[in-house]
Design a protein around this ligand. Sequence first.
Ligand code: ZN
Ligand code: ZN
Length: 250
Amino acid sequence: MNIVDNVSLTVIGSGDAFCSDGRFNSCYYVEWGDKKVLLDCGPTSLAAIRKCSLDPMAVDIIVISHLHGDHIAGIPFLILEADKAAKRKKPLTIITPPDGERRIKEVSALLYPDAMTMFQNLDIRFVQYSQDAEIEIEGFRMNFFEVSHNPLVNPHGFRIEKDSKILAYSGDTGWTDILYQIADNADLFICECNFYERETLTHLNYKKIVAEQQNLKAKRMILTHFGKESLAHYSEIKGEKAEEGECILF
Ligand SMILES: [Zn+2]
Ligand SMILES: [Zn+2]
């Protein structure tokens, strides 16, 4: 008998960089078997995780889609708490696009001058991914895909697989056909929907997602990363929308 437990994903932050309508920055807390995985960690994430009655110190793995502040700037505070308050011993793996370790350490050191000592005190391992290599960590298989966003922040979407479950995430991106591959057969596909109809090279809009929906062959799709324009049309956005505090089983 092969019973696979559900994976649960709690939406921590479903807003854009500007916290439009008071939404938090990007962050998702995934409880997957005995591991807790955070997808992105925006600056609002510690508060938002606590609002969901979850424990930021229980996280084992953080996976970062790209190096914009609204996706990484919560990490310095997580490190601060881990070292100063929690005296954390448990290992933490931070999986980043190229140059992630340097930038996360630099921003941490700007905010807290003794951050490098904190990193040394803690059992933290950085793993850098690229589009070309599958990563296997603690039973998870991960694949990363370059997407259409500011190239200076090394933007990627990704797929995480374990125990026959597939979680896919667009990261921040304008339309790119690589989204077919990212979404393909995923049990859950978290897809950004920054705009309602405005077209840019760096973010998706709802109209384009609807036009492509039948080609995005995920089993379930949830829209997120809502900006001011998509929020102004929120009631016209059909299908599942990421609501903060919501726990999604898949
Ligand atoms: Zn963003
Ligand atoms: Zn971004």
